[in-house]
Structures are given as C-alpha cells and as structure tokens.
Design a protein around this ligand. Structure first.
Ligand code: GLN
Length: 248
C-alpha cells in the first residue's frame, strides 16, 4: 500500500478551535483512497522523521503557546522542515502556526517571536481581536466550490510581502488584517490561513488540494481519485449561505 504521512507540529501546544479535525480529515481522505495513512507527531525536542512526511500541519495557539514553541521551531525544526518542503512536501498552517511561517509575530504587549522566514510576511497584534465566522472567495485557486468557510479568533494582523499571493479574498470576516481584503497565503506547496473550525471537514476541496500538491511534487501521483462529498459540501453551503444571507 502507498504510504501517506501527516507530520503534526506541536500537537499538544498548537491545537485550538478544533484544529485536530484537519488531521482526521487528511488521514481519512487518504485512507478512503487506499493509502496507508499515518500521523507523525513532531513535538518539542523532535528534529527527526521529517524526510518522508507528505503534508505538515501546524495548528493555532494563543500567544502563550507560541512563546513556548518558537525557539524549538527555529533551533530544531527549521532545517529539516525547509529540506522536506524543498523536496515537495506540503504545509497547511492555521493562525498562530501560519504567523510563525513568516518573519515574526509581535504580541499586543510588544513581545516579538521570530518566525521561520519561509514566507515574506509579518504579523503584529492589533488592539481588537478578529473573532467570528469567515467566508473566503478562493476562485483564484480554481477550487470548486469557489469559497472556504471557517471561524477566526486572532489579535494578529498579517501583511503579505510584494508578490505573495493570498489564499483568497474575504467575503465575510477579517482575514489577514481586516484592511486589504486578503485571507491567508498560497505559495508553492505552502498554504496558510486564519480559518479554524476545524477548517478541512467543511472544505474537502482544500483538503484535496493540499494532498494533491504533496503527492504530485513528492511522489509524481498526478490524479487523486475523487470522493463523494455530499455531506461535507452540504455543511459548507449551509454555513456559507447563512453567513452571506442579507449580504446578497
Ligand atoms: N496568538 C495569535 C493571535 O492572537 C494566534 C491565535 C490563534 O492561533 N487563534 O493572533
């Protein structure tokens, strides 16, 4: 059986608002396609076992948890992670994890946590938290449905550098910074977003995009067998239509 490995960064510290559901979704969708799917936990102190990971997942965390992981991230994980991504592994990072892919995250108190510098973006906390349901237009990514739905709760405002493409455009909610209308980032095999919820159960089209990206780059598997997502897409549409009611 073909193996499919999900590398879960800091499962005990960076895992809020249902982020674990993303792991369950990736593993189950791989199993439904006949892969021998497994999760590898990559917690504090770990720097081995990165090379055969197909998809890395980096969940969210409050400022306290980010303060507990950023040094371990830089000292032990930056090198093996960068090497694995260069070999075609994909990354899905949510909120606090997403923020630490960039240059830094600065808290409302002014503490600055350096990030992995994998992407040209930076994040600074604002005075108000961005909290609520979010709908994002991802037609730019060629996904169907052309929307993502989820939940956000963050103080950070993320700004993308010149030429860095967002994951999509906000239709409802704040997204990256509540100013420029962007949400998340899509750069090669790396996907970042502020959407918790958890994200993937109600957005199976994004789950497949992340999986397909890794399998294509790393294993030259160019076709992902389609799955029947009636329930998942029904849940997606219900949330989307409820959030957009009155806006159309
Ligand atoms: N601590 C970060 C912020 O407040 C990330 C929060 C999160 O992951 N939900 O912006």
């Amino acid at each position: 059986m073909r193996k499919f490995t999900v590398g879960w960064l800091y499962p005990d510290l960076m895992n809020i608002y249902g982020d674990r559901g993303n792991i369950l979704t990736l593993v189950q969708r791989a199993k439904w396609r006949g892969f021998d799917a497994q999760v590898r936990e990559l917690g504090k102190g770990t720097h081995q076992g990165f090379e055969d990971v197909d998809v890395f997942f980096f969940g969210g965390g409050q400022d306290r948890e980010q303060a507990l992981v950023y040094d371990d991230l830089l000292e032990l994980k930056a090198e093996p992670l960068t090497r694995a991504l260069a070999k075609g592994a994909a990354m899905l990072a949510v909120c606090g994890g997403y923020q630490l892919l960039g240059h830094y995250y600065q808290t409302a108190e002014g503490d600055r946590f350096p990030g992995l510098d994998l992407l040209d973006l930076h994040t600074e906390a604002g005075s108000q938290r961005c909290i609520g349901n979010v709908v994002v237009d991802v037609s730019g990514l060629g996904l169907e449905p052309k929307t993502l739905v989820g939940f956000e709760n963050h103080s950070g405002r993320t700004f993308l550098g010149e030429g860095l493409a967002p994951l999509g455009r906000v239709i409802a909610g704040s997204g990256n910074n509540g100013q420029d209308g962007t949400e998340g980032v899509a750069a090669g095999t790396i996907f970042g977003t502020y959407l918790h919820g958890s994200l993937l159960p109600k957005n199976p089209h994004l789950a497949d995009r992340v999986m397909a990206t890794a399998l294509q780059q790393k294993r030259h598997i160019h076709r992902l067998e389609p799955l029947v997502d009636t329930l998942e897409l029904d849940a997606h549409r219900r949330v989307r239509d409820r959030e957009l009611a009155g806006r159309r």
